[in-house]
Design a protein around this ligand. Structure first.
Ligand SMILES: Nc1ncnc2c1ncn2[C@@H]1O[C@H](COP(=O)(O)OP(=O)(O)OP(=O)(O)O)[C@@H](O)[C@H]1O
Ligand SMILES: [Mg+2]
Length: 241
Protein backbone atom coordinates (compact mmCIF):
# COMPACT_ATOMS: atom_id res chain seq x y z
CA UNK A 1 0.00 0.00 0.00
CA UNK A 2 1.44 3.31 -1.06
CA UNK A 3 4.85 1.80 -1.89
CA UNK A 4 5.58 2.20 -5.59
CA UNK A 5 7.66 -0.29 -7.48
CA UNK A 6 10.23 2.33 -8.38
CA UNK A 7 11.05 5.17 -6.05
CA UNK A 8 9.64 6.34 -2.77
CA UNK A 9 5.96 7.04 -2.17
CA UNK A 10 4.72 10.58 -2.45
CA UNK A 11 3.53 12.24 0.75
CA UNK A 12 -0.03 12.34 -0.53
CA UNK A 13 0.09 8.56 -0.98
CA UNK A 14 1.56 8.05 2.46
CA UNK A 15 -1.25 9.90 4.16
CA UNK A 16 -3.98 8.01 2.35
CA UNK A 17 -6.38 6.15 4.63
CA UNK A 18 -4.70 3.04 5.98
CA UNK A 19 -7.31 0.33 5.74
CA UNK A 20 -5.32 -2.27 7.65
CA UNK A 21 -6.41 -0.74 10.97
CA UNK A 22 -9.90 0.45 11.71
CA UNK A 23 -9.90 4.14 12.43
CA UNK A 24 -12.01 6.19 14.79
CA UNK A 25 -12.56 9.76 13.61
CA UNK A 26 -11.83 12.49 16.10
CA UNK A 27 -14.28 14.62 14.13
CA UNK A 28 -11.93 17.58 14.47
CA UNK A 29 -11.93 19.20 11.03
CA UNK A 30 -8.50 18.94 9.41
CA UNK A 31 -7.08 16.40 11.86
CA UNK A 32 -8.27 12.96 10.79
CA UNK A 33 -6.79 13.29 7.32
CA UNK A 34 -3.40 13.80 8.99
CA UNK A 35 -3.71 10.43 10.75
CA UNK A 36 -4.82 8.15 7.90
CA UNK A 37 -8.45 8.61 8.85
CA UNK A 38 -8.35 8.94 12.62
CA UNK A 39 -7.18 7.30 15.82
CA UNK A 40 -6.49 3.58 15.75
CA UNK A 41 -9.58 1.78 17.02
CA UNK A 42 -9.16 0.67 20.66
CA UNK A 43 -6.03 2.77 21.14
CA UNK A 44 -5.25 5.00 24.11
CA UNK A 45 -4.09 8.49 23.22
CA UNK A 46 -2.64 11.32 25.24
CA UNK A 47 -3.82 14.88 24.65
CA UNK A 48 -1.30 17.13 26.31
CA UNK A 49 -0.25 20.76 26.48
CA UNK A 50 0.10 23.66 28.86
CA UNK A 51 -2.91 25.05 30.65
CA UNK A 52 -5.59 26.63 28.46
CA UNK A 53 -4.42 25.01 25.23
CA UNK A 54 -7.81 23.40 24.53
CA UNK A 55 -7.45 19.87 25.90
CA UNK A 56 -10.89 19.74 27.49
CA UNK A 57 -12.56 21.16 24.37
CA UNK A 58 -10.67 18.61 22.24
CA UNK A 59 -11.90 15.71 24.37
CA UNK A 60 -15.48 17.00 24.37
CA UNK A 61 -15.42 17.38 20.59
CA UNK A 62 -14.18 13.78 20.20
CA UNK A 63 -17.04 12.47 22.35
CA UNK A 64 -19.61 14.74 20.70
CA UNK A 65 -18.58 13.52 17.24
CA UNK A 66 -18.97 9.93 18.40
CA UNK A 67 -22.48 10.62 19.67
CA UNK A 68 -23.42 12.09 16.29
CA UNK A 69 -22.37 8.77 14.76
CA UNK A 70 -24.33 6.76 17.32
CA UNK A 71 -21.24 5.83 19.37
CA UNK A 72 -21.72 5.89 23.12
CA UNK A 73 -19.16 7.58 25.34
CA UNK A 74 -18.10 8.48 28.84
CA UNK A 75 -16.22 11.45 30.21
CA UNK A 76 -14.39 10.97 33.49
CA UNK A 77 -13.35 14.29 34.94
CA UNK A 78 -10.77 14.44 37.72
CA UNK A 79 -10.56 18.19 37.56
CA UNK A 80 -13.59 20.27 36.62
CA UNK A 81 -17.16 19.73 37.70
CA UNK A 82 -19.26 17.79 35.17
CA UNK A 83 -21.87 20.57 35.10
CA UNK A 84 -19.19 23.16 34.31
CA UNK A 85 -17.84 21.15 31.40
CA UNK A 86 -21.34 20.55 30.00
CA UNK A 87 -22.16 24.24 30.35
CA UNK A 88 -18.86 25.46 28.85
CA UNK A 89 -19.21 23.44 25.65
CA UNK A 90 -22.82 24.38 24.98
CA UNK A 91 -21.45 27.47 23.25
CA UNK A 92 -20.15 25.14 20.50
CA UNK A 93 -23.63 23.65 20.10
CA UNK A 94 -22.83 20.45 21.99
CA UNK A 95 -25.77 19.50 24.17
CA UNK A 96 -24.45 16.52 26.12
CA UNK A 97 -27.47 16.45 28.43
CA UNK A 98 -29.62 15.26 25.52
CA UNK A 99 -27.43 12.17 25.20
CA UNK A 100 -27.28 11.58 28.94
CA UNK A 101 -31.09 11.48 28.84
CA UNK A 102 -30.97 9.01 25.96
CA UNK A 103 -28.59 6.74 27.91
CA UNK A 104 -25.81 7.13 25.36
CA UNK A 105 -23.45 9.28 27.38
CA UNK A 106 -22.30 9.84 30.92
CA UNK A 107 -19.99 12.34 32.54
CA UNK A 108 -18.88 11.84 36.09
CA UNK A 109 -16.41 13.28 38.54
CA UNK A 110 -13.81 11.11 40.18
CA UNK A 111 -12.09 12.75 43.12
CA UNK A 112 -8.35 12.33 42.52
CA UNK A 113 -7.82 12.60 46.28
CA UNK A 114 -9.93 9.49 46.84
CA UNK A 115 -7.93 6.33 46.97
CA UNK A 116 -10.86 4.40 45.43
CA UNK A 117 -10.14 2.24 42.45
CA UNK A 118 -10.75 4.37 39.40
CA UNK A 119 -10.08 1.47 37.04
CA UNK A 120 -12.97 -0.61 38.34
CA UNK A 121 -15.25 2.43 38.31
CA UNK A 122 -14.38 3.02 34.64
CA UNK A 123 -14.96 -0.62 33.75
CA UNK A 124 -18.40 -0.50 35.38
CA UNK A 125 -19.35 2.68 33.55
CA UNK A 126 -18.09 1.41 30.21
CA UNK A 127 -20.01 -1.82 30.72
CA UNK A 128 -23.27 -0.18 31.66
CA UNK A 129 -23.25 2.11 28.61
CA UNK A 130 -21.37 -0.20 26.26
CA UNK A 131 -19.18 2.86 25.70
CA UNK A 132 -17.07 3.07 22.57
CA UNK A 133 -15.27 6.31 23.42
CA UNK A 134 -13.73 7.23 26.76
CA UNK A 135 -12.08 10.40 28.05
CA UNK A 136 -10.09 10.78 31.28
CA UNK A 137 -9.38 14.45 32.01
CA UNK A 138 -6.89 15.00 33.60
CA UNK A 139 -4.31 12.53 34.85
CA UNK A 140 -2.29 15.55 35.97
CA UNK A 141 -4.39 15.75 39.14
CA UNK A 142 -3.64 12.18 40.12
CA UNK A 143 -0.53 13.04 42.07
CA UNK A 144 -2.51 15.28 44.42
CA UNK A 145 -3.41 12.53 46.84
CA UNK A 146 -0.21 10.55 46.54
CA UNK A 147 3.22 11.94 47.48
CA UNK A 148 5.02 9.04 45.95
CA UNK A 149 5.81 9.52 42.24
CA UNK A 150 6.30 5.80 41.61
CA UNK A 151 2.87 5.12 43.12
CA UNK A 152 1.23 7.75 40.92
CA UNK A 153 2.91 6.35 37.82
CA UNK A 154 1.70 2.87 38.70
CA UNK A 155 -1.85 4.14 39.01
CA UNK A 156 -1.70 5.87 35.64
CA UNK A 157 -0.21 2.76 34.08
CA UNK A 158 -2.99 0.66 35.52
CA UNK A 159 -5.65 2.99 34.07
CA UNK A 160 -4.02 2.93 30.62
CA UNK A 161 -3.77 -0.86 30.73
CA UNK A 162 -7.41 -1.07 31.72
CA UNK A 163 -8.41 1.18 28.82
CA UNK A 164 -6.39 -0.93 26.39
CA UNK A 165 -8.36 -4.02 27.36
CA UNK A 166 -11.91 -2.74 27.33
CA UNK A 167 -12.52 -2.27 23.62
CA UNK A 168 -12.86 1.52 23.62
CA UNK A 169 -10.95 4.25 21.88
CA UNK A 170 -9.68 6.56 24.59
CA UNK A 171 -8.21 9.96 25.23
CA UNK A 172 -6.40 10.79 28.44
CA UNK A 173 -5.14 14.28 29.14
CA UNK A 174 -2.09 15.40 31.03
CA UNK A 175 -0.46 18.74 31.53
CA UNK A 176 2.84 20.16 30.45
CA UNK A 177 4.04 22.44 33.23
CA UNK A 178 4.42 26.02 31.90
CA UNK A 179 7.60 26.29 29.83
CA UNK A 180 8.79 22.77 30.66
CA UNK A 181 10.36 20.50 28.04
CA UNK A 182 8.19 17.59 29.07
CA UNK A 183 5.22 15.82 27.52
CA UNK A 184 3.29 15.07 30.68
CA UNK A 185 3.13 15.74 34.38
CA UNK A 186 4.51 12.44 35.64
CA UNK A 187 6.76 11.39 32.77
CA UNK A 188 5.15 8.00 32.29
CA UNK A 189 2.01 8.83 30.30
CA UNK A 190 3.84 9.37 27.00
CA UNK A 191 5.49 5.96 27.05
CA UNK A 192 2.42 3.87 27.71
CA UNK A 193 -0.01 5.42 25.24
CA UNK A 194 -0.37 4.65 21.52
CA UNK A 195 -0.64 8.24 20.38
CA UNK A 196 0.27 11.71 21.57
CA UNK A 197 -1.21 15.02 20.46
CA UNK A 198 0.52 18.12 21.79
CA UNK A 199 -1.36 21.41 21.84
CA UNK A 200 0.38 24.75 22.07
CA UNK A 201 -0.66 28.33 22.69
CA UNK A 202 1.53 31.35 22.15
CA UNK A 203 -0.07 34.56 23.25
CA UNK A 204 1.00 38.12 23.71
CA UNK A 205 -1.65 40.80 24.19
CA UNK A 206 -4.13 40.64 21.32
CA UNK A 207 -1.74 38.50 19.27
CA UNK A 208 -1.98 34.79 19.76
CA UNK A 209 -1.86 31.57 17.89
CA UNK A 210 -2.60 27.95 18.63
CA UNK A 211 -0.97 24.92 17.13
CA UNK A 212 -1.05 21.15 17.29
CA UNK A 213 1.61 18.49 16.76
CA UNK A 214 1.02 14.76 16.28
CA UNK A 215 4.01 13.74 18.39
CA UNK A 216 3.49 10.00 18.09
CA UNK A 217 0.84 7.73 16.57
CA UNK A 218 1.66 4.06 16.55
CA UNK A 219 0.73 2.15 13.36
CA UNK A 220 0.06 5.43 11.59
CA UNK A 221 1.86 7.42 8.97
CA UNK A 222 0.90 10.79 10.34
CA UNK A 223 1.53 14.40 9.42
CA UNK A 224 4.78 15.60 10.96
CA UNK A 225 4.35 19.39 10.85
CA UNK A 226 3.29 21.94 13.41
CA UNK A 227 -0.31 22.61 12.41
CA UNK A 228 -2.04 25.83 13.12
CA UNK A 229 -5.37 25.40 14.92
CA UNK A 230 -8.21 27.59 16.03
CA UNK A 231 -11.00 27.42 18.54
CA UNK A 232 -14.01 28.87 16.75
CA UNK A 233 -17.75 28.81 17.13
CA UNK A 234 -17.96 25.10 16.24
CA UNK A 235 -14.98 24.06 18.35
CA UNK A 236 -11.45 23.18 17.25
CA UNK A 237 -10.36 23.32 13.62
CA UNK A 238 -6.89 22.21 12.45
CA UNK A 239 -5.48 23.86 9.36
CA UNK A 240 -3.57 21.23 7.47
CA UNK A 241 -2.78 23.03 4.24
N1 LIG B 1 -16.09 29.84 22.90
C1 LIG B 1 -14.77 29.93 22.73
N2 LIG B 1 -14.26 30.49 21.62
C2 LIG B 1 -12.94 30.60 21.44
N3 LIG B 1 -12.03 30.17 22.34
C3 LIG B 1 -12.48 29.61 23.46
C4 LIG B 1 -13.87 29.46 23.72
N4 LIG B 1 -14.02 28.85 24.91
C5 LIG B 1 -12.78 28.65 25.38
N5 LIG B 1 -11.86 29.10 24.52
C6 LIG B 1 -10.39 29.03 24.69
O1 LIG B 1 -10.08 27.73 25.16
C7 LIG B 1 -9.37 27.80 26.39
C8 LIG B 1 -9.81 26.74 27.33
O2 LIG B 1 -9.77 25.51 26.68
P1 LIG B 1 -9.74 24.18 27.54
O3 LIG B 1 -10.51 24.33 28.79
O4 LIG B 1 -10.10 23.08 26.63
O5 LIG B 1 -8.18 24.14 27.88
P2 LIG B 1 -7.41 23.05 28.75
O6 LIG B 1 -6.15 22.79 28.02
O7 LIG B 1 -8.30 21.94 29.06
O8 LIG B 1 -7.08 23.93 30.05
P3 LIG B 1 -6.90 23.47 31.59
O9 LIG B 1 -5.47 23.59 31.86
O10 LIG B 1 -7.70 24.48 32.34
O11 LIG B 1 -7.43 22.09 31.74
C9 LIG B 1 -9.67 29.15 26.95
O12 LIG B 1 -8.61 29.61 27.76
C10 LIG B 1 -9.89 30.01 25.72
O13 LIG B 1 -8.64 30.51 25.27
MG1 LIG C 1 -8.96 21.08 30.87
Amino acid sequence: MGIMKHGVPKLSDKLKPNLSFSRIETGIPGLDSLMQGGLVKNSVNLVTGETGTGKTIFCSQFLWHGLQKGETGIYVTLEEEPDDIKEDVRVFGWDFQKYIDKGMFNIFYHDPAQAGNISSEIINEIGSLNAKRVVIDSTATMGLAIDNLAQTRKRILSIVNTLKKVGCTSLITSEIPEGAKKLSRFGVEEFVVDGILVMNYFGMGEEYNRSLIIRKMRRTNHGKDVYSMEIGKNGIVVKNL
